[in-house]
Write a protein that binds this ligand. Structure first.
Ligand code: CAA
Length: 278
């Protein structure tokens, strides 16, 4: 049974408990993926209502994936029900950030607000142990800056997942000049244990995927604005002409127009000479 493969190798892992901060679009998928692979998950949110919303999303998604596994003959009904129950049981939801002290790895997936991150990382640095991997799922902010906020630069990596986390196979694992080699190696192994493919990257704006994808999506919006083609035709062109699963206009909606705008305008302000960010 595919979903249990990770569980069998649990004894050989150095990580056991994963903290996920933020249960929104990305965080709920990260928490779910870790719990499905047998990790204990401590899920942190600012308020109980956000925890409830995130857990409801996880519940929906894990049920959907389990029923698809049944339909494909990969699990029987009983195993699927047990998988849903054990996945949900592995997630402890709390608003108490001190619970992060029990974690071997903490993955932050909060909104991209630097003031909020500064406060949060200061607290993470105070609470976690000396062996804990501290990972940010940021799509566009500097990992080094967050490393400075937490005061534990050797323990800090970027761990950038893609939406929908449950289905997308890639994770960018980002090192800064200060990231310890052992921490980076453990971060790479952790990603592999989720049955995802890690790619290594240095700390630069957008890493690999967003550095290419965000200017591409913005160019598609410019084509629409200039009347070159309709949104639908731009999407059809890239799906049928370039083999993309989703066109750039649909992708901008899927990622979130607010997120896309905040990434490109943040880069534009910081790197005004870079033409790709205008
Ligand atoms: N949980 C469980 N099931 C899910 C799901 C989720 N979160 N999301 C989708 N599914 C299910 C769908 O419901 C569907 O189920 P059925 O077959 O039962 O209908 C199935 O997965 C496949 O979905 P689709 O029918 O929509 O089929 P698809 O083949 O088009 O796959 C997709 C969907 C994986 C999203 C695909 O369209 C795709 O790869 N799109 C591109 C996504 C992408 O580029 N993501 C990266 C965005 S950039 C980013 O995330 C980084 C950032 O920092 C901004």
């Amino acid at each position: 049974m595919r979903a249990l493969r990770g569980v069998r190798s649990l004894s050989s892992r150095s990580e056991r408990t994963v903290g996920v901060i933020g249960l929104g679009l990305m965080g709920h998928g990260i928490a779910q993926t870790a719990a499905e692979k047998g990790y204990n998950v401590v899920a942190i949110e600012l308020e109980d209502k956000f925890l409830a919303g995130g857990l409801a999303r996880v519940d929906d998604s894990v049920r959907k994936l389990a029923s698809k596994a049944v339909a494909k003959g990969k699990m029987d009904e009983r195993a699927a029900a047990a998988h849903v129950e054990s996945t949900m049981a592995r997630i402890t939801a709390t608003t108490d950030r001190d619970a992060l002290s029990a974690c071997d790895i903490v993955i932050e997936a909060m909104i991209e607000d630097l003031a909020l991150k500064e406060k949060l990382y200061t607290e993470i640095g105070r609470v976690v142990g000396d062996e804990c991997i501290i990972a940010s799922n940021t799509s566009s902010l500097s990992i080094s800056r967050m490393a400075a906020y937490c005061g534990r630069p050797g323990q800090m990596v970027g761990m950038h997942f893609f939406n929908p986390v449950q289905l997308m196979k890639l994770v960018e694992v980002v090192r800064t000049d200060a990231t310890e080699a052992a921490i980076f190696a453990r971060a790479m192994s952790f990603v592999e244990s989720l049955e995802k493919r890690p790619v290594e990257c240095i700390d630069t704006p957008g890493f690999v995927v967003n550095r290419l994808l965000v200017p591409y999506v913005c160019s598609a919006i410019l084509l629409v604005e200039r009347g070159v083609a309709s949104p639908r035709d731009v999407d059809t062109a890239m799906k049928l002409g370039a083999g993309h699963p989703m066109g750039p206009v649909a992708l901008a909606d899927y990622v979130g127009l607010d997120t896309t705008l905040s990434i490109i305008s943040g880069w534009n302000a910081e790197f005004p000479e870079e033409q790709a960010f205008t």
